[in-house]
Design a protein around this ligand. Structure first.
Ligand code: DHB
Ligand code: FE
Length: 290
């Protein structure tokens, strides 16, 4: 059976792509951010996953404001990397794993969720940059050590799903992964956040105290997070802070007890409170998993 090894979360900011391309990992501005990935890189080298299920929001590449699915599941054999307009370098594509994608799609629909299933999907900075940071050692090593299943969440345009709904959708994805018959080792990656707002009067809004609350409850009891409404999340974390919904969906898909391997928090990278967190899912007793 497929096994979930743990969950990784990281902010995504387009300029990370430029920093990787220019080799700025040791630059004083960037070093605290890139250093935050080192424990996750080490853990991934140790656990050697086969697949990464990546929870993120599309930034206008596949879906625009005229057509915005609440949840989307990639079921493509290959995911080309593309730039939605930041001028950042486009990287090699990432391979998909269509049988697992379809299994997840079938199971979550059976669990009464209604995602759009995408047999073609481009991946933007929200997928490519966290993958580059976690798997390519800050982009210095090329390679595609895992196949991916991208899962899209509408964090962009109201009405957005509640954190509770995201958590429950994540639960259904997690259960689907763990019922997949092949012996695959799977990691979950949630991208985006933490607090940030890019437009309007509150552009530049950050909220360190709320971000810490979110990271504490990612590692511990997530139930206080599921009580936060979308509007309250905007008030606390900013409009783009809605991207925490991607973390929440990932957290929902972690079904067992967790051990926090690392967390870093650095203000700001561009306009964003940049965070990285790594949670290992502890192996469950055989009968508990049944
Ligand atoms: C920034 C952050 C994002 O999440 C994003 O998608 C684009 C830009 C920023 O901080 O500049
Ligand atoms: Fe974003």
């Amino acid at each position: 059976m497929a096994r979930i090894l743990g969950g990784l979360a990281a902010s995504h900011v387009p300029s990370i792509g430029g920093a990787i391309a220019r080799g700025l990992q040791q630059d004083p501005y960037w070093k605290p951010f890139f250093d935050g990935f080192i424990p996750g890189q080490q853990w991934l080298r140790d656990v050697k996953p086969d697949v990464a299920v990546v929870f993120s929001n599309d930034h206008g590449l596949n879906f625009f404001l005229d057509k915005m699915p609440t949840f989307a599941i990639g079921a493509a054999p290959i995911y080309p990397s593309a730039d939605e307009g930041w001028g950042i370098p486009v990287n090699d594509p990432w391979p998909g794993i269509t049988p697992l994608s379809w299994h997840i799609a079938n199971e979550v629909v059976a669990a009464e969720f209604d995602p759009v299933i995408c047999q073609e999907m481009l991946i933007d900075h929200a997928v490519c940059l966290p993958l580059a940071c976690f798997f390519e050692e800050n982009g210095t090593k090329k390679g595609r050590p895992v196949k991916i299943v991208p899962v899209g969440i509408n964090t962009v345009q109201l009405p957005v799903p509640s954190l509770k709904r995201c958590f429950e959708f994540g639960r259904a994805v997690g259960r689907a992964i763990e019922s997949y018959p092949e012996d695959l080792k799977v990691v979950l990656i949630g991208t985006g956040g933490l607090s940030h707002q890019l437009e309007g009067e509150r552009a530049g809004h950050l909220n360190k105290e709320f971000d810490k609350f979110c990271m504490d409850h990612m590692a511990g009891d997530p139930s206080p997070l599921t009580k936060i409404s979308a509007i309250e999340l905007i008030e606390k974390a900013g409009t783009a802070g809605l991207e925490f919904m991607n973390w929440m969906t990932m957290r929902g898909a972690l079904l067992g007890d967790l051990r926090e391997i690392s967390r870093t928090y650095h203000i700001p990278i561009s306009n964003t409170a940049a965070a990285v967190q790594v949670l290992e899912q502890l192996p469950r007793m055989a009968q508990a998993a049944e």
